[in-house]
Write a protein that binds this ligand. Structure first.
Ligand code: COI
Length: 353
């Protein structure tokens, strides 16, 4: 016998959408009218409840505050020109969420709660999904340890929640990066592949140092040697040398990005030569010096596809050339065409609400 999972709408909130300036959105600052909350207690998931967006009650001893037992996902919903609303590859995020849950000793969330909960919540707040170039509704499913008590052991109670925020661009302006040569994001056997909240917290200090030098992000390198490119925290990283598209292979230090996988598929569809292999900083710098380094770009749900304008590694600085036909631009357009239902969905990525 399988468990039956229920999603109920507890209370409908009068909409605050008329106070939202969709032309001036700051990423992740405005939230829609409703959220979803589902509690795991006594070894099972209770009824998922959709209710007005607002504060939740937790005690100061709540485990998430002390041990950071917290994971999340980043996803988006899009509206097409006719007003239909779509989720983009929701099952992939659900699968990755449960991989993160397993690594953080948290319970897995059933698809009926995660995917059906997203659909119900987006459907209720679908006025918040706007059609327009670059506009989307950013979806943030997350889970926190909600048991009270400061013993360093996994929680016996969890909250799975979804909140949603109308989004435009994650990065405003040019993005330049520092390639890490001392700090590390993840180590072998660690939690780098999981969307663990602490992975992001740990990057804030080095990222602040980079920002102070005028660089918006860090491309992390492997912790053991700092010789190989890994990912950028908010994005996976692609490099174009000549006409070959390169990206680091997935491992337990790198997030298995849904946008990364989409770019690889679009590149394969376009007949581009792809190499998923380790890329050394030495190789990158040599390609920069001999003129074969054409592009570096990042891919992520929030960031979409972001060209990197320049990078610094120790004392070496390089500005990427401006290209007429950049892969970043080409794959960004192809991705958006699928997301906004302007192109055939050959791979079954759109899920209509
Ligand atoms: C996303 O792209 O959705 C992420 O989770 C990255 C986050 C730091 C905004």
């Amino acid at each position: 016998m399988t468990d039956a999972y229920e999603i109920v709408i507890d209370k409908i909130q009068e909409s605050k959408i008329s106070t939202t300036d969709f032309d001036n959105l700051t990423f992740g600052k405005t939230f829609t009218d409703h959220m979803l909350e589902c509690t795991w207690r006594d070894g099972k998931w209770e009824t998922a409840v959709i209710k007005p967006y607002g504060p939740i009650m937790v005690e100061p001893s709540c485990k998430v505050f002390h041990y950071g037992q917290a994971i999340f996902e980043g996803m988006k919903a899009f509206k097409d020109a006719t007003g239909d609303v779509f989720l983009f590859r929701p099952e992939d995020n659900w699968i990755r969420f449960n991989e993160s849950a397993k690594r953080l000793a948290m319970p897995e969330v059933p698809k009926e709660v995660f995917v059906e909960g997203l659909k119900a919540l987006v459907n209720l707040d679908k006025e918040w999904v706007r059609y327009g170039e670059g506009l989307s509704l950013y979806l943030r499913p997350f889970m926190i340890a909600s048991e009270n008590g400061v013993a360093a052991a996994p929680s016996t109670e969890y909250k799975f929640m979804i909140v949603m925020s109308p989004a435009f661009a994650y990065y405003k302006g040019d993005v330049r990066v520092i390639i890490a040569s001392d700090f590390s994001r993840a180590a072998d056997g660690g939690v780098g592949y999981a969307k663990a909240a602490g992975n992001y917290a740990a990057s804030f200090y080095p990222n602040n140092l980079a920002l102070a030098e005028g660089y918006q992000q860090i491309i992390w390198t492997d912790a053991a040697s700092h010789e190989y490119l890994e990912e950028a925290g908010t994005m996976n990283i692609f490099v174009r040398i000549g006409d070959t598209l390169l990206t680091a292979p997935n491992n337990d230090r790198i997030l298995n990005g849904v946008t990364r996988r989409s770019v690889l598929q679009l590149a394969a569809d376009a007949g581009v030569t792809i190499e998923e292999r380790r890329i050394s900083v030495k190789e990158l710098n040599e390609a920069a010096n001999n003129g074969s380094l054409k592009e570096i770009f990042g891919s992520g749900t929030a960031a979409v596809i972001v060209p990197i304008k320049g990078y610094k590694h120790k004392d070496f600085k390089f500005e990427l050339p401006q290209l007429e036909d950049s892969y970043a631009q080409r794959f960004k357009e192809a991705l958006k065409d699928i997301q906004y239902n302007r192109a055939d969905d050959q791979h079954g990525w759109r899920v209509k609400i």
